[in-house]
Design a protein around this ligand. Structure first.
Ligand SMILES: [Zn+2]
Length: 408
């Protein structure tokens, strides 16, 4: 099995972690910020030095292509270079660096390949500066309207839109350069797991079969806002106390379902949110995720049948949005599994709990993902870490998989 170069990979990780370096182990590289543009320029410089031709589409997605020996669609691999504020040095960027190292290994070792090999960078995956997340892969795949997205406002500069940032970046290219089914044979995104499972189960490679489906609900508890000092307890309709009981109810019921269900009340708002006033209205959210849509149907059933009243307050439930489970291309998933086995790395089939560009792109081109472990499961923070050895193992699986796809 041909393997990549550990020293080269180490140098890539070190160099790219300097773009937006926070000074204490992480980076802030918001989409299309000066730091993110620096990283892009370094990417382009390196890929051109390898002999790649680099183009970008109208959404600043980058495509660096090394020609193949035949006139075939490209094998594409990549991820994103933007990060959340005070994020780590692995989320997204590792997928780009891995694809770069895969391509460099092929070029430097003069490995013959029939298909062109494209290393891609997707713009604004995090949505940390311009909402929503996975914006540009989403536009390409018809999930979002380009016109609406152009008006998405920066969280760091009031009134500054994604469209303006795109124009000023110099990376608003030709729509004709977008990834398309006729120009892409397969797409693999390598990514840090961003969770604790691989490490806990002592697995080195995650073979990603898809992305879990999810449902999102909003609950409104309505009581009565009154004076905190003058209203005796029996006379109260405390919406926050009701919401607390509602959350407990949901936990008790949802815990009866499949143990791999995950659910979160991540957002709460209390009105009027003043310490001398009994909360009159409280809104909470519930985000539930599972790979099996039948389990999510059970979640919906529980929500729809929950009591309409807690602690004297009424409850209104409203479905905010839902997403069905995304299935990656089974033949590609099998290839990743074989490549991991060939290398002798302990591997595990799994679903991603987080969203990735691959989940949109898979609707257009055959797609899968490779996960490498996240130390302690940490992600979207400066603690984010994957050992150099684990990064290299990920690249080796990616490289072998690309060469296997090339034979098809
Ligand atoms: Zn990511």
């Amino acid at each position: 099995m041909i393997t990549c170069d550990k020293t080269r990979m180490e140098e890539k990780i070190k160099t790219f972690s300097r773009f937006g370096d926070t000074g204490h182990g992480g980076s802030t590289r918001l989409s299309l910020s000066p730091e993110a543009l620096e990283a892009r320029k370094e990417f382009i410089r390196r890929m051109e030095a390898l002999g790649a031709s680099v183009v970008w589409d109208d959404l600043a997605n980058l495509y660096a292509t090394i020609p193949g020996s035949e006139n075939l669609p490209a094998i594409v691999s990549g991820s994103h270079l933007d990060s959340v504020r005070q994020g780590g040095n692995y989320d997204g960027v590792l997928g780009v660096l891995s694809a770069m190292e895969m391509a460099e290994t092929i070029v430097k070792n003069q490995i013959p390949h029939r298909h062109p090999i494209t290393v891609a960078v997707w713009t604004n995956e995090e949505g940390a500066r311009f909402e929503p997340a996975m914006m540009c892969s989403g536009i390409i795949c018809g999930k979002f309207s380009k016109e609406e997205m152009m008006n998405s406002e920066a969280k760091d500069i009031p009134g500054y839109t994604f469209g303006q940032a795109l124009k000023e970046s110099g990376f608003a290219g030709d729509e004709g350069n977008r990834i398309s089914p006729d120009r892409c044979a397969a797409l693999i995104e390598l990514h840090a797991e961003q969770g604790p499972v691989l490490e806990a189960e002592k697995k080195e490679i995650g073979i990603v079969e898809g992305v879990v489906g999810m449902v999102n609900y909003e609950f409104t508890f309505t009581g009565q806002a009154d004076h905190a000092g003058t209203t005796p307890m029996p006379y109260r309709k405390d919406a926050l106390y009701a919401a607390a009981q509602g959350i407990l109810y949901l936990h008790r019921e949802l815990d009866q379902l499949d143990p791999s269900l995950v659910y979160t009340t991540g957002k709460i708002s209390a009105i009027p949110n003043i310490h001398t006033v009994i909360p009159g209205e409280v809104k909470i959210t519930l985000d539930a995720r599972h790979r099996d849509m039948a389990v999510l149907d059970q979640v919906v059933e529980i929500i729809e049948h929950m009591p309409k009243e807690f602690a004297g307050c009424s409850v209104k439930t409203e479905k905010a949005w839902a997403r069905t489970t995304v299935q990656f291309a089974p033949w590609l998933v099998d290839i990743i599994e074989k490549s991991a086995a060939k290398a002798g790395y302990p591997a595990k089939r799994m679903y991603s709990g987080a969203g990735h560009d691959a989940q949109y792109l898979c609707e257009m081109v055959p797609t899968t993902m490779i996960f490498v472990p996240s130390e302690g499961g940490h992600s979207h923070c400066e603690l984010e870490h994957t050992s150099l050895q684990q990064c290299v193992q990920g690249v080796n699986v990616l490289l072998d998989a690309v060469l296997e796809i090339d034979k098809k």
